[in-house]
Design a protein around this ligand. Sequence first.
Ligand code: FAD
Length: 639
Amino acid sequence: MKEMWRQNYKSTPDQPSTQNSKLRALTYTEKRKAELAFRFIALHVFFSKELSFSYRLSTLVVMAAFPNNTLRSFKPLSPNSSTVRNSVLARNSVSQVPSSTGAVSVKEKRSFPGKPEADVVVIGSGIGGLCCAGLLARYQQDVLVVESHDLPGGAAHSFDIKGFKFDSGPSLFSGFQSKGPQANPLGQVLDALGETISCASYDSWMVYLPEGEFLSRIGPTEFYKDLEKYASANAVREWKKLLDAILPLSAAAMALPPLSIRGDLGVLSTAAARYAPSLLKSFVQMGPQGALGATKLLRPFSEIIDSLELKDPFIRNWVDLLAFLLAGVKSNGILSAEMIYMFAEWYKPGCCLEYPLHGSGAIVDALVRGLKKFGGRMSLGSHVEKIVVENGRATGVKLRSGQFIRAKKAVVSNASMWDTLNLLPKEVVPKSYLDRTKTTPQCESFMHLHLGFDAEDVRKDLGIHHIVVNDWDRGVDADQNVVLISVPSVLSPDLAPPGKHVLHAYLPGTEPFDLWKGFDRKSSAYKELKAERSEVMWRAVERAVGPGFSREKCEVKLVGSPLTHQRFLRRNRGTYGPAIQAGKDSFPGHSTSIPQLYCCGDSTFPGIGVPAVAASGAIVANSLVSVSQHSELLDAIGI
Ligand SMILES: Cc1cc2nc3c(=O)[nH]c(=O)nc-3n(C[C@H](O)[C@H](O)[C@H](O)COP(=O)(O)OP(=O)(O)OC[C@H]3O[C@@H](n4cnc5c(N)ncnc54)[C@H](O)[C@@H]3O)c2cc1C
């Protein structure tokens, strides 16, 4: 086992300069074997019906060499010659850069800075939109982000109430490293923008299962002890069998840095050729069996579980829970690559989880700072009402105020696929685009509970994350069944006034929107429904925080429904995102059938989650510039 871990570590991408010498260190036979394995996988993928996954984050290996039908119609933008750009501090002055205190509290005036035109207009400042815009600015494009909300960050924004600073959404980030085995696309974008975020590390979360409560620790050995105690000896055996089978595959999944991916044939140069040595090496290390196994990366994870004949109910439930938390679908719907990527992050020696000090808003702050540093502009409170299409091409956006903003080269929508469709004039939408959007199943919505309370009376060993599963038999995707709780002030005390805590509990994409549709938010019926549907979260919080916690004593109590989620995050039906089942369908690519209109964010490949949307934004930005600009950036950030 230890040997396997070592091999995984060794196979991570190195600096380009050392890669060549590593390639030379391989024997001829090894190289030949690796090439054969590579070709085999590539062929398998090429003839597989999963082609549209082909530049999926974690299966970059094969995808980079064999681009598919999603790799089309990207036209590189030339660096803007009309606007002279300072590569470090450009147009917007430093005074406009939000301070790094967490939530971006700077309220910008509701008209955009500069002229009503840009090379690229990005609709929405979610993590996907900000990563795309920041990189485009770094590539010296004139970029303008138009955001409907008065705070940037979309699902990841932070907000302040009575001195408490709340995360509106994500709080589980794995790590923010840009290099090495835990490389995160978001970390790579931040590197490119010359930004860093300070983090607190931790290694566990509390789980409250029907079998009992325990502190679940990440890392290779600790979870075995939990399994032994709370599940069975058989569960331990099956877990080992699973890790032994899938961890070797992660070497290939991680051999290419996500930032090297672009949506056209240039990927052969920026990814396949550039990282060939580390790819070949990973194939050699995987051996023929591992290489064959790599083809499974493109299939639902449940197929791997079934092929290993894993039947232990605890293992199957646990894997379903992890899949659901990761992608909003169970193990029969998640792509194996995604799960393997996560397993490699969580169950290897030396791994840790990181939470950004000052909350999720600190990530948004850093991206906004990076965008502005390279001359990018952002306009908050600028709701896009229409994407303007002239002569069949997307040429700009019309704001709710009536203002038209011309996009000289491209419009990128970071809104969900359903929201993007609603922005397009009906007559210009091709039927295939309409059908695809309308038939894509949606994840359900959220209930939220944001609380601010006194830390004095509650347990001192309170951890940041808690997961409550009420009933395995109902399934982890059943409504009112799984509650996630985050108390980030235990790691970042500045999120609450001294001696207090902030807490966010939510039902993760399991609250049916239809239950709430049509309610008047001011009516007593709405308030009653909120009280009824939030009760499960209150009970979970009482269990997690312990006996000293009192509902009545909370200084801030905010209950959010799917209508709240829809309203504040500007998301169609308050959805978590597309409920796309691996093996049956795939996330759409980033170009659209309307020339000059591109999409990024969680409605596009590689899917839902902060690292995934960062990758999607980067792929769009990379695809819109030339291969040489893209390669220069990879050189500059040393990956
Ligand atoms: C409660 C919750 C918890 C989560 N937890 C985690 C987690 O722990 N870890 C993790 O990795 N992921 C987590 N996720 C998922 C992750 O947060 C999202 O997948 C990701 O942040 C989505 O980013 P995005 O860029 O695709 O879009 P969004 O964040 O939805 O941003 C889209 C932006 O576009 C703007 N917009 C939309 N329409 C318009 C318009 N017409 N005009 C102008 N602007 C517009 C919106 O206002 C918004 O700011 C969580 C999500 C939620 C909701």
